[in-house]
Design a protein around this ligand. Structure first.
Ligand code: MSP
Length: 653
């Protein structure tokens, strides 16, 4: 039976559209889920939205709509965003769904049956954004919330209480017996110290709040949002609906039950939630993993700070996979990280455009040129195999331990080793020499195989781009982690022509004058044309500038040809049929759109430059085998010619 792996994200408040801090956890969960699926696990991946509470009620009131309408509008942003980000969740739970209320009622009933609920008066400082009480000691300055730095309000009301204090010892025992249950270690120690400091009973109902689940048996009370929200992890599996198969498979008798959370909500997951579950006699999570915050200008990215980074814009400009890569590469899982457009572009250019994109196009282009469009015919010695095995072992242990940045580093080490190997062996100098053919084959095979392994490792992280890299290598997507083993590249297999998978981003042009955090594309008209760099883009043309590697440029073969004959093509006022000597055994025919500017007879004997390896095309019934190069002056062609006559067939480069 395959290992069961249940992974959850926090459910997101619907007080604003999802921002980078929210999608970070979802991307991490998706990467982990995809990786576990490749490892053969039986995976269930849950995410969703937290829609009850005072905050939402207030936000809806301010907008003059009902809380449900408000929630529906915010939640509508999730499906397209998750699709764009290639998120493969199995379920999306909303706490306003009936199936969730059933689960909440069921857990409250079990906690009540355990004798852990009583009614009492509650007084304290309440932060509505956190939906939590704080002690005077925990507050900042003028009674400000330690997380939001906004004023907390004094509250006094009759509530239903949960005997949290009774769970101090059981929780400490759980921590002792399951040292890895809360990660990373620094956070575990923090939470343990909090528990050791003594636990006070927790109020788990609210009065005067309509937007919530009615507290069973306590008219006028609603269930405290955190008890409501935390229960999503089992209500979504069908808890409370009798013998639900999914609940049994992934929770009651599950393998891994893993909650990913931000550090600000660790206490709820590592103290309250296990205590609720203990009281209800239900299994506890096996792991709660807390990550740090994305900061901008040293502050947590959040709606209330007004410094949100909109994931939709980033995806639109850079692509979902580049964003996924950046989020995982830049944040050491567990620690804070700073978001900046500059760092994003630097990472993209150096890691993706340069290290990965250039290595790929270099090795594929060389193989195609040296071996007639195919992978090398001989495998030779597996020179990079040891490096690849080391990288794969490091990658796997890092992925298993949620150290995604290290997993990526391991793959990039292999790329760097492959590049050094290429540079040392210089196949580009040798591939025309038949005596060195075997060595060139061996070199290229090794690097192709190393790049294939890197791409397989990247599948969970950049699913679409990694698949494109594999397609460029003539490979299929990996089906399991076994595909990370050395040796799957076929010899003599067709290699498609390379395309720029990671065109470089021009940092200066992007960052130039744009006022927003996520910036203009080179192709977009400049807000301030004076600041646009004329070497980077043609502001009038509106053409998007795609940067290509030198190898990609060499995919286009340009040759000098001497015109042997030229004639007008009947019924066309634009096209000429031009017969040229391009240094081959037979003359070739190219059709050029230059009839309005050039008399056919004046062309004979002239030299032109033709694109030599262009796919033939029929134009007005004449097959054209190439294209004559011309500068386009206000749309009118001006032929490009060599400065002095050269032998027909001479390459232009
Ligand atoms: N609704 C609660 C969670 C209930 S789970 C049973 C909540 N929602 S939230 O929308 O405020 O935050 C959801 C998650 O997003 C939290 O894990 C939080 O840490 C994370 N992030 C919100 N802003 C963040 C950053 N700037 N950086 C990283 N993650 C942060 O809390």
């Amino acid at each position: 039976m395959s290992e069961r792996f249940y992974i959850t994200t926090p459910i997101y408040y619907v007080n604003g559209p999802p921002h980078i801090g929210h999608i970070y956890t979802t991307v991490v969960a998706d990467v982990a889920a995809r990786y576990q699926r490749l490892a053969g696990a039986d995976v269930y991946f849950l995410t969703g939205t937290d829609e009850h509470g005072q905050n939402i009620e207030r936000a809806a009131r301010e907008r003059g709509i009902t809380p449900q309408e408000h929630a529906d509008q915010i939640v509508a942003a999730y499906p397209p965003l998750y699709r764009a980000l290639h998120i493969t969740h199995n379920d999306f739970i909303r706490t306003t769904e009936a199936r969730h209320a059933v689960g909440v009622e069921a857990i409250v009933a079990r906690i009540a049956a355990a004798g852990d609920l009583y009614t009492g008066r509650h007084e304290g400082w309440y932060c509505a954004s956190c939906e939590a009480y704080y002690t005077g000691k925990e507050l900042l300055g003028e009674h400000a919330c330690p997380t939001h730095d906004t004023p907390a309000e004094w509250r006094s009301e009759e509530n239903v209480f949960f005997r949290l204090s009774a769970y101090q010892q059981p929780l400490l025992r759980w921590y002792h017996e399951n040292p890895d249950a809360v990660q990373p270690e620094s956070r575990r120690n923090e939470v343990r110290a909090f528990i050791e400091g003594g636990l006070r009973d927790l109020s788990v109902s609210r009065q005067g709040l309509n937007w919530g689940i009615p507290f069973p048996g306590h008219a006028g009370h609603t269930v405290y949002v955190w008890l409501d929200a935390l229960t999503n992890y089992i209500s979504a599996l069908g808890f409370g609906h009798g013998e639900d198969e999914r609940y049994h498979r992934f929770w009651q008798h599950g393998g891994t039950r893993l909650h990913l959370v931000g550090k600000d909500i660790l206490r709820f997951h590592a103290v309250y939630w296990p205590a609720f579950l203990m009281s209800a006699g239900l299994p506890l999570p096996t792991t709660v993993f807390a990550h740090g915050w994305w900061l901008r200008d040293q502050r947590k990215v959040s709606k209330s700070s007004g410094n949100v980074v909109d994931p939709g814009e980033l995806i639109g400009h850079f692509g979902a996979d580049a964003l996924r890569y950046y989020l995982l590469r830049e944040m050491v899982f567990g620690q804070d990280a700073s978001f900046s457009d500059e760092a994003f572009i630097d990472r993209y250019n150096s890691d993706l455009a340069n290290d990965l994109g250039n290595t790929l196009s270099r090795v594929v282009t060389l193989s195609r040129r040296a071996f007639d469009g195919k992978t090398p015919p001989l495998a030779g010695d597996p020179q990079l195999q040891a490096a690849a095995s080391e990288a794969v072992a490091a990658y796997r242990s890092a992925m298993d331990g949620f150290a995604f940045h290290r997993a990526i580093e391991a793959l990039w080490r292999l790329l760097a080793q492959s590049n050094r190997f290429l540079v040392a062996r210089e196949p580009w100098k040798k591939f025309k020499d038949p005596t060195q053919r075997d060595e060139v084959a061996e070199t290229l095979f090794n690097v192709l195989e190393a790049v294939r392994i890197v791409a397989c490792g990247l599948i969970p992280i950049m699913p679409e781009k990694a698949a494109a890299v594999l397609a460029a290598l003539g490979e299929q997507r990996p089906e399991s982690l076994d595909d990370l083993a050395w040796g799957a590249t076929e010899t003599g297999a067709d290699l498609p022509a390379t395309q720029a998978l990671f065109p470089r981003i021009d940092k200066a042009a992007y960052l130039g004058s744009a006022p927003s955090p996520v910036l203009r594309k080179v192709a977009e008209p400049s807000a301030n044309p004076q600041q646009a760099d004329p070497h980077q883009a043609n502001p009038q043309s509106g053409e998007e500038r795609t940067v290509i590697s030198i190898d990609q440029f060499f995919e286009t073969q340009l040759r000098v040809a001497t015109v042997l004959a030229a004639e007008a093509i009947p019924k066309s006022n634009k096209l000429l049929k031009i017969t040229v000597d391009a240094g081959e055994a037979d003359p070739r025919i190219v059709v050029g759109g230059i009839a309005k500017q050039y008399e056919p007879e004046t062309l004979v004997g002239q030299q032109v430059v033709v694109v030599f390896n262009l796919q033939p095309a029929k134009l007005m019934g004449v097959e054209s085998n190439g294209m004559v190069l011309a500068a386009s002056e206000d749309g009118a062609p001006v032929l490009v010619q060599p400065h002095r006559p050269v032998a027909p067939g001479t390459r232009v480069r």
